[in-house]
Structures are given as C-alpha cells and as structure tokens.
Design a protein around this ligand. Sequence first.
Ligand SMILES: Nc1ncnc2c1ncn2[C@@H]1O[C@H](COP(=O)(O)OP(=O)(O)OP(=O)(O)O)[C@@H](O)[C@H]1O
Length: 263
Amino acid sequence: MKQKIKLHIISLIKRLDKVNAIEVDSLTKQYKKFTVVDDITFNVNEGEIFAFLGPNGAGKTTSLKILTTILQPTSGNIKVNGYDVLHKKNDVRKSIGVIFQSNSLDEKLTAYENMEYHAVLYKVPKKEIKGRVNKLLENVELLDRKDDLIKTFSGGMKRRIEIARGLIHTPQVLFLDEPTIGLDAHTRAFLWEYIRNLKDNNNLTVFLTTHNLDEAEKIADRIAIIDKGKIQTIGTFEQIKEMTGVDTLEQAFLKLTGHEIRR
Ligand SMILES: Nc1ncnc2c1ncn2[C@@H]1O[C@H](COP(=O)(O)OP(=O)(O)OP(=O)(O)O)[C@@H](O)[C@H]1O
C-alpha cells in the first residue's frame, strides 16, 4: 500500500514537473580497455515506446542491464522513474518490469504457478494475486492453458507468459530485450499489438532493444540507432528519414553507420 502511494505521488510529480521516465546522462561502460557503451545520453518520456535499434554487439543489452540495475556503469548518471539506478536500486526494481532474451520461466511449474511465484516475490497483495494473474493470462490469450506445465508451451507462448508475468506488479516502465527474437510472424504481430495497447491503455513506458528494423518502425514512438556503443541518432521514424534523406529505416541505418544492420 505504502509503495503504491509512493508510486502514485511520483507519477503526479512527474506529470507536474514533466520528469522523464528514464534519464540517461553520459553513460559509459567499459570492460578493461574495451568501451561497450560510449558516452550515451537520452531521455524517455512517460508513456512512450522507445527502441534501441542496433546490430549484435552494439551495446543494447549492456545498456538495458545498467538501466535495470543488473550491471554497474563505469560512469554516467541514470534515473529510472526518478530513482538513481546506483543509489536507489530497490526503488528502481519495484517500479519496473524486465523481460530478458532468454527464457526465465520455471519449466516444471504451470503458467499460473510461474505468475503466482513472481507476484509473491514482488509482494502483490495476496487477495489480488488470483485476479491479476487470470486477467493477464486472458490478455495474452493463454487463460485456457493456465494449469499446463510451461515445458509443454511453444516459444511464442512462453514469451507471452514472460511478458504477462513482467506486468504482475503493475510496473511503470517495462524493459524488453529483443522481445520477438526467434518468434513466428503471427506471434510477433500479436506481441507488437499487445505492447502498443499497454502504452495506449495504461500509459506504460516501454524501453525495448531490437535489431529488427520492422519492429522498431512498427511499434516505437522514437528510435535510437546505436552502433559500436554510440547513439548515432534519436528520433521518430519520420524524423530519422527526414534527417538522413532516405525512405526506409534500413537505408537510414546504412547512411548513419556505413554498414548494414545485419552483418
Ligand atoms: N562481461 C563482458 N566482458 C567483456 N565484454 C563484454 C561483456 N559483456 C558484453 N561484452 C561485449 O560488449 C559488447 C556489447 O554487448 P551487448 O550484449 O550489449 O550487445 P547487444 O547490442 O545487446 O547485442 P546482442 O543482441 O548480440 O546481445 C559485445 O562486443 C560483447 O562481446
């Protein structure tokens, strides 16, 4: 309850002060002498879908891990939902949902049990758990499979469960690392629509990484093109096309980086 009130107050302050959901100032991450993320600065507005578009090894996952408090930056100031990621780790964690590339579901538990376990971890009030789990399973069209073991699910179904699970504690910002990688066209389209609906209906802020040009174009409000740890440009699809004087995101990427996104 206390946490709910706190989140509500922060959301009100944000609206009054127009505080960004994510603020990144001069973020750098180095491993020994190798700079993986190179002095990047950007903001994400509340209720915005923001995509980090770049090839393998560009530094997308590393950035996402820093924003979600899993990795420490070498330098830079980062705030998520108004909380500093270095000094207010727990507050950041409570206010976000994170879905990683690899499956993190327990294969030996049912869909319902996986969701319930997560709800307990995130201290969702006991009497609200059943309702929330069922609603989210319904939203991802898997309510009829709630008592089936995860090991019997397809890759696309698992991804839908993971996203639903990431929303169980009603986070304000959802982080998705390559949300539709390896999925068939139908599941991809379903998830794109689902993510857009979350933004439209719940004012959820979404930060996603992708190397899929189509994905960035279809669902992102703004796109940051990242290559070799550096942000090359940030803007809407239309702005990026205009800035680069080309017709597609693929051509814009080539023009900005000098190489294709798939190397
Ligand atoms: N612990 C580590 N030690 C050294 N180098 C690392 C470490 N983690 C990542 N890297 C390197 O940092 C670079 C960026 O990796 P990152 O995973 O952030 O890229 P990415 O854009 O998310 O690509 P992908 O989609 O392939 O994950 C890569 O060259 C990777 O090898």
